[in-house]
Design a protein around this ligand. Structure first.
Ligand SMILES: Cc1ncc(COP(=O)(O)O)c(C=O)c1O
Length: 428
């Protein structure tokens, strides 16, 4: 068992081999539930786009041929309306929500915008949204759009970090009675630093502000209990550690204490009687009021197998393995990559991280491209200088951790940087 104390103590030593770690991995069998066509390909980008679950492949065929092809529009009444609610509830299980509290809708950015505007409108005498510079740029753009939608006086204040750790003290110090909303990514897409939901939420509530958490990089890999931590609003991607598929719809959570919040983009799917075709139809009296138009049905249905795998494995077990994988990677990287011009760009304490590690290097882009194109290893790069390695415990192995470091060394010693120094892929 990876999380036994004895074993864990050895992870950052040479007293244990990757074979022993893989043999002790209780989640190892989950790997076979994903499509892995090339066993030599090391995929360390599940924090961007999760792998394809085998079941999703079969389900896609069934949805397209049967549910759409044969049953046509009858599927809405026969199953689709209920399916979307059921799958939202399953995501709710992963984040500690009650049935009905999580709905699947739109992209993450659109969900964030809706949630932010609704929170701002509920605090008409306050004009500040607080966030930090480790937040996802699209989130900050959407927060700014939300602020300017509500009034010319609203503004987004971005707290500076040291680029590595969550700026906890600075953020806590900035939460005062002018703040309407605190909105942060629980795990930063850059450094992987992880906020403590409860500390920030409590302080925000003390001054009467609301919180809106982006759980994109934590859902399915970091234990989350939205109800226990009294979170007001949360949104997140389903295509990273939930393995929902490219462009799969996001989720939005609205707590019971926010029952008065209004969806600023009203539409028929959020109304009480969508098929009454009444322009005066009132919003749903549950969280479905945050829906707008027809959900992207095929993508929504395809989320389910990935979420089922997370529920079956258990987020606490996934977290234990995530910590073990990243600690092992860090142990090897500190010894073998730092002398090659890399420096650690993530918190070194595992309690302060999500499930990826970032390293800065002057030739980050060239290294990323050489790894992908010459070494069958897929990390990603966040400009200007970060190479990110993501660990998805349902399919990443300890063997891959060891091998990926060797492949990075091979890129550097084999001249990969000069061969790829001019590469500028659109998606880095
Ligand atoms: C933390 C975070 N928030 C938001 C987004 C944007 O998601 P979407 O493109 O679904 O709006 C991403 C995308 O990777 C992300 O990592």
């Amino acid at each position: 068992m990876i999380n036994s104390d004895d074993l864990f103590k050895k992870i950052k030593t040479d007293q244990i081999t990757f074979e022993e770690l893989d043999a002790a991995d209780e989640l190892a069998s989950f790997r076979s539930q994903f499509v892995i066509e090339d066993p030599d390909l090391i995929y360390l980008d599940g924090n961007s786009l999760g792998r394809l679950p085998e079941k999703t492949k079969e389900l896609a065929q069934e949805i397209v041929s049967e549910q759409w092809g044969s049953r046509l529009i009858r599927s809405w009444n026969e199953r689709w309306l209920e399916d979307t609610v059921r799958i939202g509830d399953k995501v709710g299980v992963v984040v500690g929500a009650k049935p009905g509290e999580v709905v699947l809708a739109d992209s993450t950015t659109v969900c964030l915008f809706k949630a932010a505007v609704s929170a701002l409108l509920s605090k008409p005498t306050r004009s500040v949204i607080l966030t930090d510079d480790q937040n996802f740029p699209s989130d900050i753009q959407a927060l700014k759009a939300a602020a300017s939608t509500v009034s010319r006086d609203h503004k987004v204040v971005v707290i500076e970090s040291n680029g590595l750790e969550a700026p906890v003290e600075a953020l806590l110090g900035a939460i005062d009675e002018t703040v309407a909303l605190v909105s942060l990514s629980q795990v930063s897409y850059r450094s992987g630093c992880c906020w403590d939901l409860s500390t920030i939420t409590q302080k925000a509530h003390q001054v009467g502000a609301k919180v809106l958490w982006d759980l994109s990089h934590s859902v399915g890999v970091v234990p989350i209990d939205l109800r226990k931590d009294e979170i007001d609003l949360a949104i997140g991607c389903t295509y990273k550690y939930l393995n929902g598929g490219p462009g799969a719809p996001a989720f939005i959570y609205i707590s019971e204490n926010c029952h008065d919040l209004i969806n600023p983009i009203a539409g028929w799917y959020g109304s009480r009687d969508p098929f009454g075709f009444d322009p005066d139809s009132q919003p749903q009296n549950d969280n479905r009021r945050f829906l707008t138009g027809t959900p992207p049905l095929v993508s929504t249905l395809l989320i389910e197998p990935g979420v089922d795998l997370v529920i079956e494995a258990g987020v606490n077990n996934i977290r234990s393995k995530s910590v073990a994988l990243s600690e092992r990677f860090l142990f090897k990287a500190e010894k073998e990559l730092l002398p090659l011009g890399f420096s650690v760009a993530s918190p070194v304490e595992h309690k302060k991280r999500g499930s990826h590690l970032s390293f800065s290097h002057d030739s980050a882009m060239a290294i990323g491209q050489a790894l992908i194109n010459e070494q069958a290893t897929i990390p990603d790069v966040r400009p200007p200088d970060l190479v990110r390695f993501g660990f998805a415990p349902l399919y990443t192995t300890f063997g891959e951790i060891e091998e990926s470091i060797d492949r990075v060394k091979e890129v550097i010693s084999g001249g990969g940087i000069s061969r790829w120094k001019d590469a500028m892929p659109v998606v880095p």
